[in-house]
Design a protein around this ligand. Structure first.
Ligand code: BG6
Length: 487
């Protein structure tokens, strides 16, 4: 069903990589699914002049790159929604002209702005939109989506917030974390709260510890400048990994309304304790890849070689946190993220407390929720080996692939674009979440400035550096490997 009301989507940064790879193909998927209102329009705002024909040809090629042999009628209908508008950087009247154009073309004044631009431009674009009267909600809604990162620490996040909140209410601000648009992340709450057997064991009485893992075989590619100013901790841990943890450990919301879900997430995030500085090295580990070999790509350069200058920026980060509430007190939470490791996988591993079966045998149960590449749930249990010997046991695995062959595949940006247009904020970050996340990350970044904190090395394509095990509470804990379900 298409949307009930018309709207106009204004894409800033429409010539960037994100727009090409995700946004235009995603919007077209919404077209194919008949999700767009007949009068919905898309204005691509760029800093250079470009003719309408050139732009439409450009959009068409972005669509066809992902949707070969598509329905011609729907493609034409989609292209007709699109126009290009040049917002020239040296024109002081640029935003007034943009506002006039939206009115003159008789487009809907329900305006959704998608800012896929340099983070340093977020505040000034919002200022200029406000000055041109484009954020005034008197008769129509106005929403602004801000791409990640929202600040680079607590202070800059607060400065950005202070600046944009002069013109926007919280209900108008859509701070993105694209992991929240992933189906498997949305499914965590369903899995936890729709299955009776999980809730009674989902606590520190039965759970030994939790790990959230994100491994990539990819390196930093051509993003060296961005990455060297950011590092793994800010790039992944501050956002995607902490959000994954939050969905795994938060209390059941009063309802599944956006407000109630966000309220519980904020509560949980504020209960995670900062890393204690006096035990820093048992809580935080960092490393950087050197040259090696990874799957698909073969031989690859080390981080420093790619960058072309010395750097202590981490491409691997592992952190141990504790959550200070009744459910999780004293349960270690291990988070790790890395570029150029041996596998491409994101998963949550939950180890149940071991039980002593006999003097020399301990039972171990794991629950693993795989986010990608497979979307699956995997439970490991102990059983007796058939036969006369009662002492022989083995681990069996119950595995459930969540996705069936014909199920729809929805990219997170499709979900999030639709949420933006429909006004659903539940999969976007509230400012209090962003602040709570930086509150956990800031002290680590600060401490890392201390030259005595080592930056370990690992060979590209290898498993976690051996030395990262220092953060485990007990000797019997280890980095749990992922699972690979072929769907
Ligand atoms: C981005 C990070 O936010 O997420 C990238 O900036 C990272 O460094 C990417 O590769 C991972 O996203 P996904 O969806 O491929 O797991």
């Amino acid at each position: 069903m298409s949307q009930k009301e018309a709207s106009t989507l204004l894409l800033f940064g429409a010539k960037g990589n994100l727009a090409r790879v995700k946004l235009f193909p995603g919007l077209f998927k919404l077209e194919l699914a008949e999700k767009l209102h007949p009068d919905m329009r898309i204005i691509s705002v760029g800093r250079q002049e470009e003719s309408h024909e050139e732009w439409i040809a450009n959009v068409k090629s972005m669509i066809l790159a992902k949707h070969k042999d598509t329905d011609q009628f729907l493609l034409d209908r989609f292209l007709q929604r699109n126009i290009y508008h040049a917002n020239l950087p040296d024109d002081p009247e640029a935003f007034n002209k943009l506002s006039l154009r939206v009115k003159a073309e008789n487009f809907s004044q329900n305006l959704a702005f998608f800012l896929s631009v340099r983070p340093s431009d977020f505040a000034s674009i919002v200022d200029q939109l406000a000055d041109a009267g484009m954020l005034d909600e008197t008769n129509h809604w106005k929403r602004v989506l801000i791409e990640k990162p929202f600040g680079v620490d607590s202070q800059t996040a607060q400065e950005l917030q202070d600046s944009i909140s002069k013109h926007l209410n919280e209900s108008q601000i859509y701070r993105i974390d694209h992991y929240l648009g992933k189906f498997a992340l949305q499914n965590i709450l369903f899995t936890r709260f729709y299955n009776t057997f999980l809730e009674p064991i989902w606590n520190n009485k039965y759970i030994d510890h939790i790990q959230v893992t994100n491994h990539e075989t990819l390196g930093v590619g051509d993003r060296t400048t961005f990455y060297n100013a950011t590092g793994a901790l800010r790039d992944m841990m501050q956002s995607h990994i902490l959000q994954t943890l939050t969905l795994t450990t938060m209390e059941k919301p009063k309802s599944f309304s956006p407000e109630d879900i966000r309220a519980e997430k904020i509560k949980l995030l504020s209960q995670i304790q900062q890393v204690p500085m006096d035990k820093f090295e048992q809580h935080v580990f960092r490393a950087q890849y050197t040259s090696g070999e990874v799957v698909k790509e073969g031989k690859v350069k080390g981080y420093i070689e790619e960058l072309g200058e010395p750097s202590i920026v981490e491409t691997y980060a592992a952190v141990k946190f504790f959550i200070n509430n009744d459910r999780w007190k004293n349960t270690p939470i291990y988070l790790r993220t890395a570029k150029r490791l041996h596998e491409n996988a994101t998963y949550i591993s939950i180890k149940l407390k071991p039980q002593n079966i006999s003097a020399h045998e301990v039972s171990e149960n794991w629950i693993i929720i795989s986010i990608q590449p497979s979307e699956s749930i995997h439970i490991e249990m102990k059983t007796k080996v058939p036969g006369l010997d009662d002492t022989k046991t083995r681990n069996i695995q119950l595995q459930g692939g969540i996705r069936h062959k014909d199920d729809e595949t929805i990219d997170s940006y499709e979900t999030l674009l639709l949420d933006l247009i429909e006004g659903n904020q539940s999969r976007f970050l509230h400012i209090d979440e962003v602040k709570a996340q930086w509150h956990l990350i800031d002290p680590i970044i600060e401490k890392w400035k201390d030259e005595n904190i080592p930056v370990h090395q690992y060979t590209a394509g290898s498993k976690d550096p051996e030395a990262s095990k220092i953060i485990f509470e007990n000797e019997d804990q280890f980095w749990r490997s992922g699972i690979n379900i072929v769907e």
